[in-house]
Design a protein around this ligand. Structure first.
Ligand code: HEM
Length: 559
């Protein structure tokens, strides 16, 4: 759009200039260069819009021959559904209802093209074989970079490869396994703090966002999960405890809560973001802009302090750590500004996602009390409950809980895999085809077309998961050879963490902390929804969440 704008403006100026100096037949307003240029620019721009919105999509685009989602409007495309429904929901429907062989075509507002990837083969092509050809769209990079830092999440090509290589040691298999005692001790801290809260009279800061709750045993799960995961990424990823579990008024936590909370008019804001030139968007006097600018100052300050402390520790010759920050500093590949950006990325990407996973797992367990009870039985017979409830935090054998104990719980693993399948915390992500004509699954795709990867849709596709694709069935992950596949034929049937060189670098970290947090929650409490009949309204930008939070009634259980 920006290129076209400049191109048309330049053409109008050049034609007006030639007209006013050499050939008056080119002029509409014979005596004014300026008016002539304006008239020409508007004409060219209108012609271009008619071409882009109507003529090209309906008469020339090769995408018009692809299987198409039904119900499009002449000008709005499929945008009405996309606007009204939770992220990924229309795609979840289309993937099952539109016969296709790897891709589906639909149209965003003003018929902007979208190619939805549906088959494992096409996913492998875009995410693995040709990963660096299909980049993140510039607008997405700018939007993410603004909030999450210009770090590994938004880097492309060789720069991405370099950053990933430098950071990988912090995510090695062995190192992640060594972090389990931290995950477990924070999980215990969380349930102990919850226990204290539900046993004391309600206060505004204990049951946050709870204007209506009078029952102290009802808590908002997402809030607690976010505090726990923020503390975990602090301790395990950066060597510093933010203490947001102990102090819900912690500034960093409150900052993230503000920027990640579902905001009024989010869809409208997103729409403005997509349509306005980025430079203009930043200048608008919107409350959201003010919030983000304030948040960035706070987060950058925290990141800067972390770097200074870590550098001082390293200079004092204190023991070398393998946390993300130490690894990044010691790689020597990042300036201080780069480090701040990486920390911003890991702080946000590393806690909001897992908090979302915990929220949805608790939701599913409330909806399926039989599964919840069976899981608690497994935890009890493994000795985890003893460790959870004992003052020392050790099990009957006097051991502290490590990856060896958590990884030996097949039903826990099955429940979590099934929950991550049905409610992937990142419901959708985008790519852009290269700036030349290409193909996906042998179908022609025009330059710079937006490509949609929808874990929300793929993970519940009937074609990939069979007739019970949308049911909560942890048992599908049990039995020989099923622990990693859930019985699906392809690894690409689940895209919760994506695949390939840009898959989630924190997957092992996330799975470890998720398992510990859920083991502690289920071990400590019997959980029921506050309103059993309430339909959950899903919202979310980067991560999916219940619009009004997840309010759960907790009843403490013994060993
Ligand atoms: C259940 C929890 C999580 C889920 C579902 C999740 C999901 C994802 C997904 C889908 C992506 C790819 C985004 C894209 O390319 O469009 C991603 C990337 C990433 N995630 Fe996670 N994530 C989780 C937890 C974490 C944690 C705990 C960390 C850090 C400790 C982390 C750090 C990152 C980073 C740095 C990237 C960018 C990787 C790259 O581009 O090379 N994530 N995550």
């Amino acid at each position: 759009m920006a290129v076209h704008f400049r191109l048309w403006l330049l053409s109008a100026i050049v034609i007006s200039f030639i007209g006013s100096h050499y050939s008056h037949t080119l002029l509409v307003f014979s005596h004014s260069f300026l008016w002539n240029a304006v008239a020409l620019y508007l004409t060219l721009q209108s012609a271009n819009l008619i071409w882009e919105i109507i003529i090209y999509p309906f008469c020339f685009s090769p995408l018009r021959h692809l299987p198409q989602a039904p119900g499009a409007n002449f000008l709005l495309g499929h945008y009405k559904r996309i606007f009204q429904e939770p992220t990924g929901e229309p795609q979840r429907d289309w993937i099952d209802s539109v016969p296709n062989d790897g891709v589906i075509y639909y149209r965003w507002l003003l018929n902007r093209p979208r190619v939805l990837i549906t088959s494992p083969k096409a996913l492998a092509e875009v995410l693995v074989q040709r990963n660096y050809e299909f980049t993140k769209p510039a607008r997405l990079r700018k939007g993410l970079g603004r909030l999450l830092g210009v770090g590994i999440l938004v880097a492309e090509g060789d720069e991405h490869k370099r950053q990933r290589k430098a950071l990988m040691p912090a995510f090695s298999f062995r190192h992640i396994k060594d972090l389990y005692p931290i995950f477990w001790s924070k999980s215990r801290e969380m349930v102990q703090a919850m226990l204290t809260t539900i046993q004391s009279p309600p206060t505004p800061s204990a049951n946050t966002e709870s204007p209506t709750t009078t029952d102290p045993s009802v808590v908002e799960i997402r809030d607690w999960a976010s505090r726990a995961t923020l503390d975990i990424i602090g301790v395990a990823g950066m060597g510093q405890d933010f203490h947001s579990l102990a102090d819900p008024d912690n500034e960093l936590f409150k900052t993230y809560r503000t920027i990640f909370s579902p905001m009024r008019g989010r869809r409208i804001f997103q729409l403005i973001m997509m349509l306005l030139p980025e430079e203009l968007l930043d200048l608008l006097p919107l409350e959201r802009n003010t919030q983000i600018k304030k948040a960035i100052v706070t987060i950058k300050k925290v990141a800067k302090d972390l770097i200074q402390t870590k550098r001082a520790n390293l200079a004092d010759g204190k023991a070398r750590d393998l946390d993300i920050l130490s690894v990044a500093i010691e790689s020597g590949g990042f300036s201080d500004d780069d480090l701040i950006n990486q920390l911003m990325t890991f702080l946000a990407a590393g806690h909001e996602t897992t908090a979302s996973a915990v929220t949805w797992a608790v939701y599913l367990l409330c909806k399926h009390p039989d599964v919840q009870a069976k899981l608690r039985d497994e935890l009890r017979s493994s000795g985890i409950l003893t460790a959870l409830h004992s003052a020392s935090g050790r099990n009957d054998a006097g051991e502290e809980i490590t990856s060896r104990h958590i990884d030996a719980l097949p039903y826990l693993s099955a429940v979590l895999s099934e929950s991550l399948r049905l409610f992937p915390p990142v419901p959708q992500t985008l790519r852009e085809s290269p700036p030349y004509h290409t193909t996906i699954a042998n179908h022609p795709v025009p330059p710079s077309t937006t490509v949609i990867i929808s874990p929300w849709a793929i993970n519940t596709s009937y074609a990939l998961w069979g007739p019970d694709a949308r049911a909560f069935n942890p048992d599908r992950w049990l039995g020989p050879g099923r622990a990693n596949t859930g019985g699906a034929e392809s690894n690409f049937a689940s895209t919760t963490f994506l695949h390939g060189p840009r898959s989630c670098i924190g997957m092992g970290f996330a799975k470890g902390e998720f398992a510990c947090l859920m083991a502690a929650l289920v071990g400590a409490f019997e959980m029921r929804l506050r309103d059993e009949e309430e339909e959950i309204d899903i919202t979310g930008g980067i991560t999916a969440r219940p619009r009004n939070g997840l309010w759960v009634k907790l009843t403490p259980v013994g060993q």
